[in-house]
Design a protein around this ligand. Structure first.
Ligand code: UDP
Length: 236
């Protein structure tokens, strides 16, 4: 029996995962839908799917050049990427260079404070539990990852931070913070998910203008334009 080419495997808030012809691969479709504050705020950002897909494809390919293994295979269309089918590790990894968002709420930093030694944080990827902050011992106790995997994840996250911070610095952009997800593929750990204005905070280095999802979260206006601007500056 001919297997249908594209079967929906999973639909999340911002992406749909489809099967690919090769069972070890998937097709990721980036949507314009946007959510914030634990799903309490919902909306659409026209063109976001295309921006997030193109930026993710570009940055995954860029990171591969620095020997960061990723799930990226190829860009299929404006909003679709072919990727390796990974088993996602249910740990959201956040790296922070400048204080913003939950770091300010939790620890009293002022937004914009420079963090001399970048902060690495782990969150449990579980919407029902509202993605609580956790440390490596929670991850072991919950059987989310082995010690060796978390060591690799931490090392990769710090390397990615160095590589991407300097990439953005050359484009006059501050990489304030970002979230990564990793997966297992063929017995190895690789970077998965996306790297986009939905998952990173980007500020113009001179004006500190926000060029990311905070424009949507905080109703700052010019949301679509800002997504387009940051993509153009990445591709320039
Ligand atoms: N982030 C994300 N997905 C989440 C939570 C956070 O991609 O579910 C990103 C967010 O865009 C930011 C970084 O991780 O770049 C740190 O987010 P923070 O903990 O400050 O949470 P927020 O203030 O966004 O709720």
């Amino acid at each position: 029996m001919a297997k249908s080419k594209k079967e929906k495997l999973y639909e999340g808030k911002a992406k749909i995962i489809y099967s690919a012809e090769d069972e070890s691969e998937v097709i990721i479709k980036f949507k314009d839908d946007a959510t914030a504050f634990d799903g309490a705020k919902k909306g659409k950002i026209k063109g976001k799917g295309s921006v997030n897909n193109k930026m993710s494809c570009f940055l995954f390919e860029y990171l591969e050049k620095y020997n960061v293994p990723t799930h990226f295979i190829e860009q299929l269309s404006d909003t679709e990427m072919k990727a390796k089918k990974v088993e996602i590790i249910l740990v959201e990894v956040v790296m922070r260079n400048i204080a913003a968002g939950s770091l300010c709420k939790r620890y009293g930093f002022k937004e914009g404070d420079k963090i001399e030694t970048p902060i690495l944080e782990f969150f449990l990827k579980d919407d029902d539990l509202h993605d609580p902050l956790m440390n490596e011992y929670h991850a072991y106790a919950l059987n989310l990852a082995t010690k060796d995997e978390l060591r690799q994840i931490s090392k990769l996250a710090m390397k990615i931070n160095v590589v991407l911070s300097s990439f953005f610095e050359r484009r006059n952009i501050l990489l304030v913070d970002f979230k990564l997800e990793f997966g297992r593929y063929d017995g190895k750990l690789i970077l998965a998910d996306e790297i986009s204005p939905d998952t990173c905070r980007f500020w113009d280095a001179e004006t500190r203008k926000k060029l990311d999802k905070d424009r949507f979260r905080q109703d700052l206006g010019k949301v679509e334009e800002s997504y387009k601007e940051i993509l153009e500056r990445v591709l320039s």
